[in-house]
Write a new protein. Sequence first.
Length: 738
Amino acid sequence: MANRGPYAQPPSGPSRWQRLQALLSGGLGGFAAEAAGLLVLALALLTLLGLSGATSGAWLDPWVGLWRRWLGWGSWLVVAGLALVGWSLLSRRRATNSFPLARLIALEAATFAALGLLSLGYGQSLEVAEAGQAGGLIGWGLAESLRLLFASLLPNWLALGLVWLLLLALLGYSTLVMISRRSAARLHPAAHSIEPMLSVSPLGHDETDFEMAEPPARSSAPRPASLRKIPQEQNAAPEAALRSIARAAELPPLNLLMEEKGGRPDEREINKMAAKLEEALRDFGIPAQVLSYQVGPTVTQFAVEPGYIQRPGEEDGENRQKVRVAQISALQRDLALALSAQRLRIQAPVPGRPYVGIEVPNASTALVRLRPILESPAFHKLNSSLGLALGRDVSGAPIAADLAKMPHLLVAGTTGSGKSVLMAAIAICLAMNNTPNDLRLVMLDPKRVELVRFNQLPHILGKVETDLERIGAVLRWLVSEMQRRYKLLEQKSARDLASFNQKVAQEQHLPRIVVLVDELADLMMSTAEHTESTLVRLAQMARAVGIHLVVATQRPSTDVVTGLIKANFPARVSFAVASSVDSRVILDTTGAEALLGRGDMLYLAPEAAAPLRSQGVMINDKEIDAVINYWKQAWAPAAAEPELEAEGAPWEGLMQRDALMGDKDELIEQAMQVIRRTGKSSASHLQRALRIGYPRAARLVDELEEMGVLGPVQSGGKDREVLIDLDNYEANNDEDPE
């Protein structure tokens, strides 16, 4: 680079040559190309008319004779190629898909090779060539050269092979690619139908076009995307190969569930979308490159590698700036408009990957069924009876999680986003892999319409509770059951439920309990303080005794999903929400507001750094009824636990106690505990023990008399007589049988 002196200023704009080049290419150059195209096309048409004998003239006849003498019968092909050249020059300004110049050159080369083949076929006679027949003088010269260089038989095959190769180059195909593709289709027809089609590269473009040796500053025109599918890392075995794995005899067969219908977007549409994406980024001044893609049930994720931007005033290629990830993230709405996408999500960057993920919705959403996930290697790898089939990610890989390791799950999403469908799928997934002796389900449905269909399932403990007052009693019973189980574990010196069941007899085994709450917002609006404290206590302590929570809400606001609740639910699933604020409440990050609904979700695993986008499983009423009917027929009431069958819901005792208390003073239970502990039942003693006024203490004594706990007033200032055994009363109400 020439020295511009110490006082030389850096160029502030393009040079004169650059401005002239831009003027020629954008202005005068376009009209010159059109004029040249018209002249070449007119000359070709006039020559074709002369060759056919439709017209003649003093200037045209020698011109046509020259073509016939030198090209023979091939003059028709060469003039036709000349017409294509004219049309290409004429249409290059108006269309982007004009015939490439490289293919025109290949066509002309194939034509000249055909001239030699014609001369070889007609005896290589100079008189025939002079008469304008066969391949003309050019064809005779090619044939004679081949005859002198090779034997008498080889030139025919050599010319034929040359014509074949040039025609293949003209069309953009490779013989080896065609043969390998057909062989793979015959040997592995199923796998061939799943893999993406091989992109056809035009002449002059290499298949490794996207592997940059140097980061480009900025390209001038969009390149056709020749992408490759990102290989899945967890291809341990095909899902179909695991269908032969035997299930326990008492478990339902998987054929009760529906198969999954295959379907994927057209690879050509994906390549077009990638080219549009690169062009849109260039329009906003961001050089980037689409490396590959992943096709999922709902979206296609494009792996975009940011490029480099030349610094202003610098001509040295070494001084470049890498495009910042934030610049791409800020273009989410602009890219959605450019790609005509309903919603677009940018993951910048993809965790553990050196690229930015841009997720574009597919033209149609593929349904994800429960059965293929249960048959997948990912689900069998869990080796857990509390495994959950959640869906498929953006690459189509199954997503399965172990509820025992979560150990609780929080689900959020607006109405119609797929939240209730996931809750039903979780219940069926647990019922497919556990007997009622191994697992009990407690379902709380304040909405009264989503979970009531499971009332006939033998796994249900009691019934599906829909009344808010009864739901409060269920939560209190869960706390008392947790405390009872901890006492049993303490007696056996067991640290968790699994070790306890190994130490006791089969008849004393404790089943796991999974609590499904379909709407948390209704509970928080009715009794917020009691609901929050109960859920937090269960979430903190119930894991070791085999009690797990799955809580769903359609309003993930801070007054519903409080900080204490969220801190104790590390595993979360978010469907489409109304705003980015709701997304931050449930996931601690944005992104859920850009979901498409109808099962499109973000799953945040406890050990994950960022949520994973996936399509949730779909289950219909027919599948639910099939599983419930199987268990109703296979699980007779005599096989269930006799205590539960005889007494019904175990929280009925708490319900009766609440009815007995009615509108009694809230300190009535504490007063009974004071009387049981001290044996004194006077109002003055309760006043001192509970630190309340004398009138309230006297009312407590009167209420205990109405309940039949205390007797009437005795003479001589003696304490009232205790009519019932308070020790047994407390035990019967605190420890309800399971």
